[in-house]
Unconditional design. Structure first.
Length: 149
């Protein structure tokens, strides 16, 4: 008596594929049945509340605040971070790797700086003047210098 050419493993794989195809076809039919083709425009509109979150309910017009056209600015706001010279204190400096952090006196923010942007050997707690610039990771301190006393 000859053995079947299909082994048990081949049969189970074939059955799995057939089952997956059936399941996929069933899911597609279910999605088509549940699709809302007759949506009205009101159902598709999304509103933004006073906190900037999307909602499906329209805003309350009684709480509306009037906005003057002259008050709307489409530009970089005044006080750009690149405009002013800042003062700060060296918080950390790694001589071997050549980088450190300055604590800005105006806002307490720690700003990264690289050793190539300084002309002296900084030490922790040194007072410095610096400019800020943007790079791909955020704000960095450039042109570090000691204040003239």
């Amino acid at each position: 008596m000859a053995k079947s050419r299909e082994s048990f493993d081949k049969k189970s794989k074939a059955q799995k594929k057939i089952k997956q195809r059936r399941d996929k076809a069933q899911k597609m039919e279910d999605r088509k049945a549940e699709a809302k083709k007759g949506k009205s425009l009101e159902d598709m509109i999304a509103y933004v509340d006073e906190n900037g979150n999307f909602t499906d309910t329209p805003p309350d017009t009684r709480n509306r605040k009037p906005v003057q056209l002259e008050d709307i600015q489409i530009a970089i706001p005044a006080g750009n971070i690149r405009d002013t010279v800042r003062t700060g204190t060296i918080h950390f400096f790694n001589e071997e790797k050549g980088f450190g952090f300055v604590t800005d006196n105006s806002n307490g923010q720690q700003v990264f700086f690289h050793g190539s942007n300084i002309g002296f050997l900084p030490k922790k707690a040194d007072k410095v003047l610096f400019d800020t610039d943007m790079n791909d990771r955020g704000v960095i301190a450039v042109n570090l210098r000691k204040p003239e006393e």
